[in-house]
Design a protein around this ligand. Structure first.
Ligand SMILES: Nc1ncnc2c1ncn2[C@@H]1O[C@H](COP(=O)(O)OP(=O)(O)O)[C@@H](O)[C@H]1O
Ligand SMILES: [Mg+2]
Length: 332
């Protein structure tokens, strides 16, 4: 792939990243120039974003983007190499204060397979200092919420992937955290569990919980998240609501041209005023355009010259945006 004009778009998008959450509310989480290196390798490179109470913020990026490293630093499992992050006003270097305010569902599950569902929730409740008088009620409420009450006395090790993930979600909520960190919570999960997890997230949001949700699934980011940070190679390359992301690029539509020489087409359209970017791949040439109608004449000539060529005009999607920003496809 030979993306054209990507560097300038990415730089423009990254330079005006807001630090405060939308609406000027005191953020649940404020991340400022956060970095994390493994030896010489910078896995997370000066990222900044904030999440308001009652907001679902999605970090969308492919494998290796730095999502899990970010979550590990924010949950105090890893020290940052630079920058700061504050959870309800507490620095992530203040481990005890931060852990009391956050719930974490890590990518690699953290429940005990030899304990039953109820024992898992009870164990973590005791660890977080939930009062004994209210703990049993809390165990019941949470198992009810994640749909595991009928299986409360079965060992977690015998559960399906989706049930384990739901149990881990129950465990992460035992101390009623105000910020929930979910790292790819639907990977390896059946559709029923996935829907159930989405419902729980929406319910928590209604009750004011702030949620950081990482995913490499565009559909989930579109469905669930109030705002998104698009992450690639350790950086947040664009941030905003889906609508903001799709409109600030100055293009509303994409035209995919197949069965025609991509480079020749790229050259032909490169100076057209309605074309803001071109991605000339080997099987498809994609034009990012402000208004496809303005290109109909030139497209007609192209089709006459290449009778086998096919055209597909679509509204800008998150997938197109990702290609536009990074020159890469975000594969599921
Ligand atoms: N413990 C580690 N040591 C060295 N490199 C690591 C380690 N963990 C992750 N990485 C590297 O850091 C980058 C970001 O990884 P990660 O945060 O897991 O990304 P993601 O969750 O988006 O897939 C990747 O290139 C990965 O290989
Ligand atoms: Mg990960």
């Amino acid at each position: 792939m030979t993306p054209t004009g990507l560097a300038s778009h990415s730089a423009a998008a990254a330079s005006d990243l807001p630090v405060l959450a939308a609406g000027g509310v005191e953020p649940a989480l404020a991340v400022d120039s956060l970095r994390r290196a493994y030896g010489d390798f910078d896995a997370v490179k000066e990222i900044s974003f904030a999440i308001a109470p009652g907001e679902v913020f999605g970090l969308l990026g492919p494998n290796g983007a730095g999502k899990t490293t970010t979550i590990s630093v924010l949950s105090t499992r890893l020290l940052p190499s630079g920058g700061t992050a504050m959870v309800f006003g507490h620095s992530i270097r203040d481990v005890a204060a931060v852990r009391g305010n956050i719930g974490l569902v890590p990518q690699e599950l953290s429940i005990y397979p030899s304990l039953t569902a109820a024992e898992n929730v009870r164990f973590f409740g005791q660890m977080y200092g939930v009062e004994a008088a209210s703990l049993e009620r809390r165990v019941d409420e949470l198992l009810e919420m994640v749909g595991l009450q009928p299986r409360r006395d079965d060992r977690a090790g015998n559960f399906s992937g989706g049930m384990k993930r739901r149990l881990n979600l129950a465990v992460s909520l035992v101390h009623q955290p105000r910020l929930l960190l979910l790292d790819e919570p639907t990977v390896g999960v059946d559709p029923h569990s996935r829907e159930h997890i989405f419902e729980i997230i929406r319910d928590l949001r209604r009750r004011g919980t702030a949620i950081l949700y990482t995913t490499h699934y565009m559909e989930e980011a579109e469905l669930l998240c109030d705002r998104l940070g698009v992450m690639d190679e350790g950086r947040i390359v664009a941030m905003g609501t889906l609508r903001e992301l799709l409109t600030t690029m100055g293009c509303k539509e994409t035209i995919a041209i197949r069965n025609a020489p991509s480079q020749e087409i790229a050259t032909r359209f490169s100076n057209h005023p309605a074309v803001s970017d071109i991605d000339a791949g080997s099987d498809v040439c994609r034009l990012f355009v402000s208004d496809a109608k303005k290109l109909l004449g030139t497209l007609q000539q192209t089709l006459e010259r290449h009778p086998n060529a096919s055209l597909e005009i679509s509204p800008m999607s998150l997938g197109d945006l990702f290609i536009h920003l990074t020159g890469k496809e975000l594969r599921d």
